[in-house]
Design a protein around this ligand. Structure first.
Ligand code: PLP
Length: 426
């Protein structure tokens, strides 16, 4: 276990005794959480791993941008264009601070985590990988960190090696050690599993990858929203995440990469803004990060994401993580004592705030549908992790996922709803 994880576990012990966040005041910031989904049934939103709700601060920031200073960035010298550019670049700086990037120019705005990972595969991968080269993926990856590499592997005739998932939901580190002997060029791995909640020991994985000359490409879609991320301390080379899962708007994501790598990579998409000079038959690419931001970027969305990281920073990422540990511990206890329920993923210790489960004899879609009648929103399906479901011989699971605004009362609502499911399906 890494020292940071140990510290978090100790903190979790403290958090289990005392509530870490003022749930009532946090919840009052999220208008959606106050709505009813059916006549008189309050919403219990347990689907934040799919997308989070948005606090007032973010909604107002985006509205103010479009209302007061909407303009395109980087291309004008009029007042509105300058204001828009200042806000857009300001958001980049705050996001860089949020993940402790070495410099703001290492932060590239994309449409989402998926586009960020495709950018790495298509730009770095195409330029640096050759026939027969090996890349290591894991059995717990979201399709966003599998398919882009599979596409590249087909195109360039690469070999894909897979780190298996053990029965307890952790990666098999001894298999990883064996795969490293093949001298892979990249290790592409999720920080936190969106199904199992497994928190991978990234610093150790990145260090091992580096020792054989491989880069580490991290899917941080389920970590950046929930726990303190320091990309430099993790020792990763690329780190991708989505704004909409961390209180920000949809339509914006981030790719962080080490400047020296980004500078050497060819552009991914061509068009406006990504160029320094264009001739009829040639062009000179712009500096980073603009080299990778072709066309009009998601301006209002990036500014909204800047407001989201301000909000999360004010609450405190340590406190958010502790709160989620406190919640998931309780949720696991309640789910595991429920007759017929199987929960997947690590049984205890450090674990992200997601609980994917099955209920004997009931299809997960039926679970989600009946829970919805009690106002409880959970997701059912493969959660874009089909190979992981295959690994556990499952077609689908129901998944409850938690965030800073959830409470233990809402876990109780989930359990009450599950009794309703059990009653209906015998
Ligand atoms: N990676 C993980 C682990 C995810 O959970 C998700 C979304 O659920 C993604 C990647 C893809 O995120 P997006 O759809 O925002 O690109």
């Amino acid at each position: 276990m890494e020292p940071a994880q140990k510290a978090l576990m100790l903190n979790t012990g403290i958090a289990a005794q005392a509530m870490t966040l003022d749930s009532a005041s946090i919840r009052s910031e999220f208008p959606t959480l106050n709505r009813e989904v059916r006549d008189g049934v309050p919403l219990v939103y347990l689907d934040s791993a799919a997308t989070s709700q948005k606090p007032r601060q973010v909604l107002e920031k985006v509205e103010r941008f479009y209302r007061d200073c909407n303009a395109n960035v980087h291309r004008g010298i009029h007042t509105l264009a300058e204001e828009a550019t200042t806000q857009y670049e300001g958001a980049r700086e705050r996001i860089a601070d949020f993940i402790n990037a070495g410099a703001a120019r290492e932060v590239i705005f994309t449409g989402n985590a998926t586009q960020a990972l495709n950018l790495v595969a298509q730009s770095w991968g195409r330029a640096n990988l050759y026939k027969g080269d090996r890349i290591v993926l894991t059995e717990m990856e979201h399709h966003s960190n599998l398919v882009p590499w599979q596409m590249l592997a087909t195109e360039k005739d690469l070999r894909i090696d897979i780190i298996p998932v053990r029965d307890d939901g952790e990666l098999d580190q001894s298999e990883f050690d064996k795969l490293l002997r093949n001298k892979p060029k990249a290790v592409c791995i999720t920080h936190v599993s969106n199904v199992l909640g497994t928190v991978n020991p990234l610093a150790r994985i990145a260090e091992k990858a580096r020792s054989v000359g491989a880069l580490t490409v991290v899917d941080g879609a389920q970590s950046a929203p929930h726990l303190p991320v320091d990309v430099q301390a993790l020792g990763a080379d690329f780190f991708a995440f989505s704004g909409h899962k961390m209180c920000g708007p949809t339509g914006v994501g981030v790719l962080w990469g080490r400047a020296e790598l980004l500078q050497l990579m060819p552009p991914f998409l061509g068009g406006g803004d990504m160029i320094k000079r264009v001739y009829l038959r040639d062009f000179e690419p712009n500096e980073i990060p603009y080299k990778f931001e072709a066309g009009t970027p998601p301006i209002g969305e990036a500014i909204g994401l800047g407001a989201a990281v301000d909000f999360l920073t004010d609450v405190g990422m340590d406190a958010i993580w502790q709160h989620e540990q406190w919640l998931i511990k309780y949720a696991l206890e309640r789910l595991e004592e429920f007759p017929g329920v199987t929960v997947y993923g690590p049984a205890g210790g450090v674990r992200g705030g997601v609980a994917a489960f099955t209920l004997e004899g009931v299809h997960p879609h039926d679970i989600a549908q009946v829970l919805d009648t009690s106002g409880v929103a959970v997701r059912a399906g493969h959660h874009c992790a089909m190979p992981l479901h295959d690994r556990f011989n499952l077609v689908a699971t129901a998944r409850a996922s938690f965030y800073l605004y959830n409470t233990r009362d809402e876990v109780d609502e989930l359990i009450r709803g599950l009794y309703k499911v059990k009653d209906l399906f015998g």
